[in-house]
Design a protein around this ligand. Structure first.
Ligand code: NAD
Ligand code: DAU
Length: 377
């Protein structure tokens, strides 16, 4: 079946993996990548698919309602996968207004444009989908009750062998929203708007809440690419607080696969949690990154450990995130395909093999290039 799918934020980290997967897997679909190309958007992430017949790029701001109306109508969009957002917690602490504008008002503008267009069609909402990509951070923070880690209750899954859990509670789809940072507050608000458009107008919506992603093309303000790059350059590795905070890491291509599955087979108006069954204390993860980078660069073992630098903690730093994604596993048969050891090795290799990608970002070259290229479109 021919479908016109709008992917917002497709020039970002996760969005570029989703665009690549859809462009390759669905030659009969038209994939429209809508992105404002903020500091985090980078068309170099999509060089391998940019000339494909079923791919179109449109530079636009999701908070511009008239532009959203125009784009949704022009491309006769029948499915939306909404990833565009301000995504970095530290930036939200410094500048919460930008987060409210893009994440809340932008999501609302997109919902409204889709509503008006779909309601104007003879078939209405039939065959339509508005799929909103959200985060586990909306649930707040879990306590770290087992500082040494115990065997995970999910260790029956292939990908979770040998994994530790650092507490007895996990985020489930029914967990009450309790966001703490301006980022997670803005994402929680956008989630509520998406559900409100279903409950009020009958729009076929879906929301998923995912844990920390890692992998190629992640902007180097986030922990893993930042640290890989700093180790390579012999720069300090700023560990917030004591490095005891726990995150649940998922390889980005596994997230993209889940998005594909849920977009096509998820139950309308439902919510699915997506996670890696893969909890790591920051400091333990950092030691794995150091070991991997040093080994792949041929450095003596442990030679970069002296770069670890404990710095002031992030304000309101959530202690632990851990997802229970057994609903997605049971209902749609999804589970992470990569063991973490394999995923981190692949990731470090990718950054070391794509130093130009990293250097262009760090020097701001790509922003200047694409800023000029698309300024007047
Ligand atoms: P990212 O920061 O790498 O990319 C965000 C993209 O959105 C960029 O290409 C940027 O240019 C674009 N964008 C920002 N503001 C825009 C606007 N006003 N109009 C149009 N485009 C705009 O983010 P990411 O890490 O790929 O995250 C993508 C989505 O997934 C976000 O909604 C985020 O909340 C969610 N999420 C991320 C993670 C994670 O670990 N990275 C985990 C769970 C959920
Ligand atoms: O849980 C999903 C979320 O994961 C997504 O919704 C966000 O978009 C994404 O950015 C990520 O949020 P985090 O705040 O968990 O990711 P970040 O990479 O910024 O930090 C990971 C952990 O590492 C966190 O506990 C803070 C710590 N940290 C981070 C940086 C950048 C450091 O100790 N030092 C650092 O320099």
């Amino acid at each position: 079946m021919r479908r016109n799918i709008l992917v917002t934020g497709g020039a970002g980290f996760i969005g570029s993996h989703v665009v690549r997967l859809f462009v390759n897997k669905y030659p009969d679909y038209r994939i429209v990548n809508l992105d404002k190309l903020t500091y985090a958007g980078n068309l170099a992430n999509l060089k391998d698919v940019e000339n494909r017949a079923n791919y179109t790029f449109v530079k636009a701001d999701i908070a511009d309602l008239d532009e959203m109306r125009r784009i949704v109508g022009t491309y006769e969009i029948d499915g939306i996968i909404h990833l565009a957002a301000e995504s970095h917690v530290d930036r939200s602490i410094k500048d919460p207004f930008t987060f409210a504008r893009t994440n809340v008002m932008g999501t609302l503008a997109l919902l409204q444009a889709a509503k008006e267009y779909w309601e104007s069609l003879p078939e209405g909402y039939d065959g339509k989908r508005f799929y909103h990509i959200s985060t586990d951070e909306v649930y707040g923070a879990l306590e770290l009750t087992d500082p040494e880690g115990v065997e995970s209750p999910f260790s029956t899954t292939a990908s979770s062998e040998r994994r530790n859990a650092y507490g007895t509670e996990f985020f489930k789809e029914t967990t009450r929203y309790n966001p703490h940072s301006p980022y997670s507050a803005s994402k929680a608000s956008s989630d509520h708007f998406v559900r409100a458009y279903h409950d009020t107008y009958g729009m076929p919506t879906l929301v998923t809440n995912c844990s920390n992603n890692y992998g190629p093309y992640q902007f180097p303000e986030k922990l893993i690419p930042l640290f890989i790059n700093n180790i390579r350059r012999g720069k300090p590795l700023p560990v917030y607080g004591k490095g005891e905070n726990v995150r649940d890491w998922l390889f980005v291509e596994d997230h993209a696969r889940a998005i594909d599955l849920i977009f096509h087979r998820g139950k309308v108006a439902d919510t699915y949690n997506i996670g890696g069954f893969n909890e790591w204390k920051n400091i333990d993860l950092i030691k794995v990154i150091i070991e991997t980078v040093d080994r792949l660069l041929g450095n003596p073992k442990g030679c970069s450990e002296h770069l670890i630098t404990y710095v002031a903690d992030r304000q309101g730093h959530d202690m632990r995130y851990a997802i229970d994604s057994r609903k997605l596993q049971a209902e749609l048969g999804w589970e992470p395909s990569l063991q973490f050891e394999e995923g981190i090795e692949k990731t470090v290799r990718w950054y070391l093999d794509h130093q130009e990608w990293m250097d262009d970002i760090v020097s701001g070259d790509y922003e200047r290039y694409y800023g000029e290229m698309y300024a007047n479109r």
